[in-house]
Design a protein around this ligand. Sequence first.
Ligand SMILES: [Cu+2]
Length: 139
Amino acid sequence: MNVVREIAFVPARKTLVLLVFSAIVLSSACRKPSQPRSQVTIQLEGQPHAFHVGPETVSLKLTDPLGKPIPGAQVSLEGNMSHAGMAPVFSNATEVAAGSYRGVVEFSMAGDWVMTVHVRLADGQQFERQFEFKGVRSD
Ligand SMILES: [Cu+2]
């Protein structure tokens, strides 16, 4: 019985290690080498949501590779339109629950936006990620 259990268990463990490893490789693949490596997942909450011109709440969740929330980070948002000649909009997000951060972004024009999320973890590690906010509406 023990032997059967062990044989069944070993491949499962190997698979998990492989999955975690490939997730780390994938998530670091398109980052500049100068940036500190990070295994943090940033998830936009409350999606899908139709964003409109004016103040909009943007909610984010930070989790580690095991899916545990990451509290104590400093998170700020920088919104840029996809065309040139527009001033960026900034917002500091506040932590509303462990690992959940919320900021209010003032969309100043309808159209396609790119949101850069700047993160500084409690240990000082800094990184940023970008999210597309396409089709912000005027009505
Ligand atoms: Cu614009």
